[in-house]
Design a protein around this ligand. Structure first.
Ligand SMILES: Nc1ncnc2c1ncn2[C@@H]1O[C@H](COP(=O)(O)OP(=O)(O)O)[C@@H](O)[C@H]1O
Ligand SMILES: [Mg+2]
Length: 453
């Protein structure tokens, strides 16, 4: 039951939380307000402009432009900004595919954003045909840009029809160009650098030479510049430079991520406000970080299947067990072994290929980051690193399993401690000492097998 007093109390509390803000919208990372100015990123904006405007007057634009970069590196912001201000580009649409799960859903969403109404039960071909009609209606200006944000989602469609879809989009573009003299460019934004590589040959051969724009993760100084700009507008009282610096540092530990930095600052200010304070301090940033980490794990795992949780558990397990050795990146094959070791005995493990996909989904969910690692003469493969402390992820994702793991590591450490103590005893006879050394060696071997590296 919620009483009227409860609502009043909640409202007062919410007001208190917001007491530090003059314009909280300046710290909103969801709205991509067109008033957002891109700070820095001149080179990337320049490359985009060149790709879009270069041949447009001469009757040619590249059918696709690929934009790659880690999350929070300003891709969506900069692409939108460029499209809004590009001369002669009178119409563009930005479609965020994050909301859909399949290629079909993606086609429907695009049609919707173009003003169409995808009624149920239509074939994908008829939807694509209507997308063409929608573009034609919008592109009276003869030049149209369709931005497909979070393009990676297409690749997660289990039936793998992403290539088919792109192929059909290319056909639409060609038809519009030849029959209506209308130029269409698709900007595909993705976190995954391999997005274009994962298309099949007939698509790759057509998009292979399309321009690509890479957004490197931000340097700390760039995050500071973005934060300062936002903070100047967002707060009643200025926030100290050292707090901004600290916030930028915290959110750039894995890779410079402007979204995380802005969220962190906003949450820290809410905590400070709730405490009745007037200023944001470093301590509030720490508290906000802890809360955001927990939120992030909860959100990422809220709809996860058992196998997704075990995949997360695999990365948690190896990270936790080897963290003292300072390791942090793990290959897909190492992680697959960990996955098999972590799964309940009664459940059959999924195939290597499928689990590899689960790891890339962990990255989309923000729990991991990846890089291309060298496997020596075996070529290249993906390597993953946990973005949050293993304690935070492990305890949320598989609580019982996690408790046992912690217990096992603790026991192992206690035993190692014991060996050390014994070895320091000067009065131990040599045969005993030898025995101890053998036992220690065996123990270490069985631990290594348990860790499974
Ligand atoms: N160069 C920038 N200038 C101003 N704000 C930025 C910049 N880069 C990122 N941001 C802000 O950070 C947040 C995340 O940026 P976004 O463009 O959505 O990243 P991405 O699409 O690469 O994940 C947004 O709120 C955005 O406004
Ligand atoms: Mg984005």
């Amino acid at each position: 039951m919620v009483s009227a007093q409860d609502i009043e109390r909640m409202a007062a509390q919410a007001e208190q939380e917001n007491s530090l803000f003059a314009a909280k919208g300046a710290l909103d990372t969801f709205s991509s307000s067109s008033k957002t100015q891109a700070i820095g990123r001149e080179a990337e904006a320049g490359q985009l402009v060149k790709a879009l405007a270069g041949g447009q007057k001469q009757g040619y634009v590249s059918p696709f432009v690929f934009v790659y970069g880690r999350s929070g590196s300003g891709k969506s912001t900069v692409v939108q900004f460029v499209c809004e201000h590009l001369p002669r580009l009178l119409a563009f649409r930005l479609v965020n595919l994050r909301r859909v799960r399949t290629v079909y859903g993606c086609a429907c969403l695009i049609l919707e954003e173009l003003g169409g109404d995808p009624k149920g039960g239509q074939t994908i071909d008829s939807i694509i045909e209507r997308i063409a009609g929608g573009i034609e209606a919008l592109a009276a200006a003869k030049f149209f840009v369709l931005v497909l944000d979070e393009f990676d989602v297409l690749l997660h469609d289990k039936r793998g029809r992403a290539s088919d879809f792109v192929y059909k989009l290319l056909a639409v573009q060609q038809k519009l160009r030849e029959e209506k003299g209308c130029m269409v460019c698709v900007i595909a934004i993705s976190n995954n650098v391999m997005a274009a590589e994962e298309m099949d040959d007939r698509v790759r051969s057509r998009i292979g030479s399309c321009p690509e724009v890479f957004f490197d993760a931000y340097q700390k100084e760039e995050v500071v510049a973005i934060l300062k700009d936002r903070a100047a507008r967002a707060f009643v009282q200025p926030v100290g430079d050292e707090v901004i610096e600290y916030c930028a540092e915290k959110s750039s530990q894995e890779h410079g991520d402007a979204r995380r930095a802005i969220d962190l600052l906003r949450m820290a200010a809410e905590i400070a406000g709730a405490e009745g304070g007037k200023n944001v301090s470093k301590l509030h940033i720490d508290m906000a970080e802890e809360r955001l980490q927990k939120d992030r794990v909860e959100r990422a795992l809220s709809q996860a299947s058992y196998h997704q949780k075990v995949a997360a558990g695999a990365l948690v397990r190896i990270t936790y067990l080897t963290q003292d050795a300072g390791e942090s990146w793990y290959s897909t094959s190492t992680l697959y072994r960990q996955y098999c070791m972590s799964i309940r005995k009664t459940v059959r493990p999924l195939s290597y290929r499928r689990v590899a996909e689960l790891f890339s989904e962990l990255e989309s969910a923000g729990l991991a980051v990846s890089r291309t690692g060298s496997k020596g003469r075996h070529g290249y493969g993906r390597e993953y690193k946990l973005t949050l402390p293993p304690e935070v992820v492990g305890s949320k994702c598989l609580p019982d399993w996690w408790k046992i793991l912690v217990e096992q590591k603790k026991k192992h450490e206690e035993r190692m401690e014991k060996y050390k103590e014994e070895a320091n005893k000067s009065d131990m006879p040599e045969p005993m000492r030898r025995c101890m050394r053998d036992a220690e060696k065996l123990d270490k071997e069985s631990w290594a097998a348990f860790v499974g590296l």
